[in-house]
Design a protein around this ligand. Structure first.
Ligand SMILES: C[S@@+](CC[C@H](N)C(=O)[O-])C[C@H]1O[C@@H](n2cnc3c(N)ncnc32)[C@H](O)[C@@H]1O
Length: 395
């Protein structure tokens, strides 16, 4: 048969059948698998949360153990603990050695070790930057889970789930009611920054050396601040935070002689203040708001920006120099694209349910800037995490 001759009909039918099967698979089976995956992941999360809370992971970090030993250490039913551990091992969170009958941690569960902040030791610190234990600890924290249980009411009333459940805002709650959660939150933010390396990207991409005094407003435990003065040694950094975070920041620095030296030499200054109150914001050439504005609704975001611009205008009148404001947050493009939005919509839901903030589109940002008299000078987009941008503004 020459190559120009048509294929025998049987092969054509076979090809058509293959195409039909693949189409059927994608259209019918894949959505079913996706639904199954959601339930599946929810249960894996519940199991992981249990072994994390029972400190099984920390016990295994000391040495591999069989379930009998683990059950004694965690005061658990041997049979049920084994079922949970077997499920998590099959999901890749632990290794199981059939010969010895012992479980051990692996590259996944290692990420949840080294959580020194515990109920029994609430003043512990978490200096292990590569660990994700505080991020996980925060996500599975009962006050968080309760907020998620109020998601329906949040959608119907427009009030954040956290506020519905606890009768106050997230930041008020962690500042006044649960300083243990605040400690976990502060370390979780540090771990998130370490994971994305965003602090390094910012200090590399902005020439802070042109300025002498920087103020990181809502700067957490000073993770970005320390990176800036390390790379731009002529700068002095003020970290403006609520009282509890200042305490946590100072405590975290205690384990690090270089940071302690920066504090002693007043290169790094932790300052208790309130970004809503201009009189508590120190004088500076550059102000930073990293992942702060997305925590707030428009009304509060405008109050924060008005308070900072008041300080910036005063500074401009005194020095005749235009101070800068750097906002590091996500920008969603206005031409809504379902695929790209996918990457950011979950963060937006967290803002909605927990703190009452939102991830904003370019035009929503422009609205905030126009209302507070800020001029946008430049925008630098970061590759990781996607959509995170540095907006440089002035008055
Ligand atoms: C989402 S965290 C971001 C922390 C840090 N900028 C980062 O990106 O890792 C928001 C921070 O704002 C702080 N904050 C909340 N209310 C504040 C207020 N009224 N004044 C100053 N800081 C505040 C919180 O304590 C928290 O550390």
């Amino acid at each position: 048969m020459s190559t120009k001759e048509s294929l025998p009909p049987i092969i054509g039918v076979y090809i058509m059948r293959c195409i039909y099967s693949i189409t059927y698979y994608w259209e019918k089976i894949v959505p079913q698998i996706k639904f199954h995956r959601i339930t599946h992941d929810f249960i894996v999360f519940q199991c992981l949360s249990v072994v994390f809370t029972l400190k099984v992971i920390d016990h295994l970090k000391e040495s591999p153990k069989n379930v009998k030993e683990l059950a004694v250490l965690t005061n658990s039913s041997e049979k049920n603990l084994f079922r949970v551990m077997r499920a998590l091992s099959s999901e890749g969170f632990f290794s199981f050695d059939e010969n010895s009958g012992k479980f051990s941690i692996n590259s996944m569960s290692t990420l949840l070790t080294n959580n020194q902040i515990t109920k029994e030791n609430p003043t512990g610190i978490n200096s292990d930057e590569e660990s994700l234990s505080c991020l996980f600890s925060m996500i599975q924290y009962p006050a968080f889970i309760e907020a998620w249980n109020s998601l329906k009411d949040c959608v119907q009333t427009g009030v954040p789930g956290f506020h519905i459940k606890h009768g106050m805002s997230f930041f008020q709650y962690i500042d006044e009611k649960d300083t243990y959660l605040k400690k976990i939150f502060d370390s979780a933010m540090k771990q998130k920054n370490f994971m994305t390396k965003i602090h390094t990207q910012i200090s590399q991409n902005y020439n802070f050396s042109d300025y002498s005094v920087i103020c990181d407003i809502g700067g957490g435990v000073g993770y970005l601040g320390y990176e800036i003065i390390s790379r731009h040694p002529k700068c002095q950094i003020h970290i403006l935070e609520i009282e509890e975070t200042v305490k946590n920041g100072l405590e975290l620095c205690k384990g690090d002689s270089k940071k302690m030296l920066a504090i002693e030499n007043e290169k790094m200054i932790f300052k208790v203040g309130d970004m809503f109150q201009p009189k508590t914001i120190p004088r500076a050439n550059v102000y930073i708001l990293m992942q702060v504005i997305h925590d707030w609704n428009n009304q509060d975001a405008l109050r924060i920006l008005s308070s900072i611009t008041a300080v910036m205008r005063r500074e401009k009148a005194i020095t005749h120099q235009r101070p800068k404001l750097l906002i590091i947050d996500y920008i969603i493009e206005d031409n809504f694209n379902q695929d790209s939005y996918k990457k950011i919509s979950i963060s937006d839901i967290i803002m909605m349910a927990i703190v009452g903030g939102e991830e904003r589109t370019r035009s929503q940002w422009n609205f905030l800037f126009k209302e507070t008299g800020l001029s946008l000078l430049s925008v630098k987009k970061f590759n990781r995490p996607p959509f995170l941008s540095l907006m440089e503004l002035t008055v």
